[in-house]
Design a binder for this molecule. Structure first.
Ligand code: HGY
Ligand code: MN
Ligand code: MN
Length: 412
């Protein structure tokens, strides 16, 4: 069967156009969920979907769906990713999967490809978890509750309910975005690897077989603010010293309780009162830990809890933490993995099987349907950074593999 091809120039133009929304000169993209830039990108995408003559549908969680051949009866083959970004992001994390999904539906429509199953390309809400987890795909998979929506807030304390209400959206509508598992035939996401494996091995395609899970805590050590000049070192209850000690313990904790795939990050620390001449009495910090094995994640959570407790005791401090988000590690569907692998062989594209250290909507979607991922290389493994880059020829190859995978999964 001849292989289909995307309209690369059209896709390239979409990528360039979208990359200008939310950009801060030399600082990357700031399209955090429900920021003004995210809303602007959403409006831009909806216009592109309508310009393409595809059916536009926005669900209660504000997931944006482009649909082809939709009849509300047959299960659909879904692709997609996310428009929202971390602060200071690159132009491809999420955007690539949304735009290649849209391009694939345009091509299938233009080439009048006969479909056994309707196609959907989705832009999921808040994949980057500004408000905790992957709200958009979790809504589709029925993983949200009124309580989880009510308590969802970002690291600065902004509530999801308020952020959505600012744009006339009711967060509780996300409870109605749930899809029946039998309304989906399969899910496949194209994404940049965000790591160094493909780039180092000069490979063009990664076929993902497992996706790491994580836990994300908002934690704090509470000691005593005091004079930085008169308080002897032995009499201090310094909250930042506790965070520094915990950070120094990370290699030991991972070595003793983790696997070769375990990673841990303290990405944000806020000290108060926050003056140069005051011993910090309070240190708020984020702790995020990942692995592809749920049992390892559990062991690491216990180890970090023990370490924080021991440090607090030694330093006469209090410690607290709340779980901001948890994602379960997931395996990809072997049938989809095989479909992508055989297409790469047929198309003469060098590829490899690999795991994803990054979390993705695919792992949520895998709880209600067969799911898989296709990776393209990230130059020097860089991502969540303005220097994120993937060569255009790799983008074209990845988009063509996605197009032909969709055809294999949904085509007549
Ligand atoms: O953080 C991640 O793994 C993904 O980029 N949301
Ligand atoms: Mn992403
Ligand atoms: Mn990301």
């Amino acid at each position: 069967m001849p292989h289909l091809s995307i309209d690369f120039q059209r896709l390239k133009q979409d990528i360039v156009d979208l990359s200008s929304i939310g950009r801060r000169e030399n600082q990357g993209l700031y399209r955090m969920a429900f920021s003004a830039a995210d809303i602007q990108a959403r409006q831009w995408l909806q216009q592109r979907i309508e310009d393409a003559g595809l059916q536009l549908y926005v669900d209660g969680a504000a997931n944006i769906h482009a649909r082809l051949g939709w009849d509300g009866e047959r299960p659909s083959v879904m692709t997609g990713s996310h428009l929202d970004t971390v602060p200071g992001a690159g132009h491809l994390d999420g955007a690539l999967g949304v735009l290649t999904g849209l391009e694939c539906l345009r091509c299938m429509q233009e080439q009048q490809i006969a479909l056994r199953f309707p196609l959907e390309s989705v832009a999921f809400t808040d994949e980057e978890g500004r408000f905790g987890d992957m709200i958009g795909s979790q809504a589709i998979c029925g993983q949200l509750t009124p309580e989880s929506l009510h308590s969802a807030r970002d690291l600065a304390g902004v509530r999801l309910i308020d952020a959505m209400a600012e744009y006339g959206l009711d967060a509780m509508d996300a409870l109605h975005a749930q899809r029946r598992p039998d309304s989906l035939h399969a899910f496949i996401e194209l994404h940049i690897e965000q790591g160094p494996v493909l780039d180092r091995q000069q490979l063009h395609i990664g076929i993902v077989d497992a996706i790491a899970g994580l836990f994300k805590w908002q934690a704090r050590f509470i000691g005593e603010a005091n004079h930085a000049g008169t308080t002897p070192m032995t009499m201090r209850r310094d909250a930042f010293q506790a965070v520094a000690e915990l950070s120094g313990e990370i290699p030991r904790i991972l070595e003793e309780n983790g696997s070769i795939r375990s990673v841990a990050t303290i990405g944000r620390v806020e000290l108060s009162p926050g003056a140069a001449n005051v011993v910090p009495g309070r240190a708020e910090f984020s702790l995020e830990v990942r692995d592809t094995d749920p049992l390892v994640l559990e062991a690491l959570a216990n180890a970090f809890r023990r370490a924080m407790s021991a440090i607090a005791r030694r330093r006469d401090l209090m410690f607290e933490f709340e779980v901001l988000g948890e994602l379960t590690p997931r395996k990809c569907d072997p049938g989809i993995v095989d479909t992508v692998a055989s297409l790469c062989r047929e198309m003469g594209i060098n590829s490899t099987h690999m795991h994803s250290g990054a979390a993705h909507d695919t792992q949520i979607m895998s709880t209600i349907t067969r799911a898989g991922m296709i990776f393209v290389p990230s130059k020097d493994g860089r991502s969540h950074s303005a220097s994120e880059w993937t060569a255009w020829e790799d983008i074209e190859l990845g988009a063509n593999v996605l197009l032909n995978t969709l055809n294999r999964l949904a085509g007549a």
